[in-house]
Design a protein around this ligand. Structure first.
Ligand SMILES: NC(=O)c1ccc[n+]([C@@H]2O[C@H](COP(=O)([O-])OP(=O)(O)OC[C@H]3O[C@@H](n4cnc5c(N)ncnc54)[C@H](O)[C@@H]3O)[C@@H](O)[C@H]2O)c1
Length: 247
């Protein structure tokens, strides 16, 4: 097992990429802290991990709220004694042209997709410094690297995550904490549920591999970054995108 004895927080662990990663981390021996807003679904993911023979808890968390994130780290340390891995995955999507985006909508998206990632690192890093080691994986996107029409707020947030990851990585490298980002292409999760089948087919055609990604394919990349197999990897933005950005 590749995460035996490790304690891992996964934000947005209730659906999609976060849920897949929580289940995979559980199978790989980690004690998993599933963080999210939906208690019923969170407890369901915890029960699935336990059925697989793993150990997990759910902590109700809105990553945009500083008190919630601080509480998440405290409960993790109180329950499992330490923190080794943070997957700052929680995020929301939104479409909209800049001239039609309200300041409120802009702030709401950034509060989750960028500030939420910052808050998770802010409180996780002191816990990791106590151990002298840790691995943080931030969830960015291909849209942190390339543009696409009508996703300016989302692209701004994900671009922010990409470069915050680099700066944080070089800041904490000599304290044993590795910080990387995973940058998915379009992945078939509830985030894409609002798209009709034509829109999904169009997105599929943008990936040279010819399909959308599966949540497990991102979870596998996150597992690599979380585990000691990536011990010389920090500050990386790992594109897992079916060739989308290679074109
Ligand atoms: N699906 C894609 O095509 C795609 C592509 C690139 C990047 N991503 C990124 O992957 C991550 C996971 O997305 P997904 O596709 O699994 O979507 P999803 O909608 O299935 O899951 C998102 C998760 O984040 C949680 N969440 C949202 N706001 C939150 C908040 N304020 N506090 C706590 N939890 C919150 C949701 O409840 C859910 O569990 C996101 O950061 C997203 O931007 C997704």
């Amino acid at each position: 097992m590749r995460l035996n004895g490790k304690v891992a927080i996964i934000t947005g662990g209730t659906f999609g990429i976060g849920e897949s990663t929580a289940l995979l981390f559980g199978r790989e021996g980690a004690k998993v802290v599933v963080a999210g807003r939906n208690m019923e679904k969170g407890e369901y993911v915890v029960s699935q991990i336990k059925e697989q023979g793993g150990d997990a808890i759910f902590v109700k968390t809105d990553v945009a709220k500083e008190d919630d994130v601080q509480n998440l780290i405290s409960v993790t340390e109180d329950t499992f004694g330490k923190l080794d891995i943070l997957f700052a995955n929680a995020g929301v999507g939104a479409m909209g042209d800049i001239h039609e985006t309200s300041l409120e909508d802009w702030n709401t998206l950034l509060s989750v997709d960028l500030t939420g990632v910052f808050l998770c690192s802010k409180f996780a890093i002191p816990a990791m410094m106590k151990n002298g080691s840790g691995s943080i994986i931030n969830c960015a996107s291909i849209l942190g690297h390339v543009g696409q029409p009508s996703v300016s707020a989302y692209a701004a947030a994900k671009g922010g995550v990409v470069n915050m990851t680099r700066s944080a990585a070089v800041t904490y490298a000599n304290r044993g904490i590795r910080i990387n980002a995973v940058c998915p292409g379009y992945i078939d999760t509830p985030m894409l549920d609002q798209l009709d089948s034509d829109a999904k087919r169009h997105l599929e055609s943008l990936h040279p591999i010819g399909r959308l990604g599966r949540p497990e394919e991102i979870a596998n990349a996150v597992l690599f970054l979380a585990s000691d197999e990536s011990s010389f990897v920090t500050g990386a933005n790992l594109l897992v995108d079916g060739g989308y950005t290679a074109q």
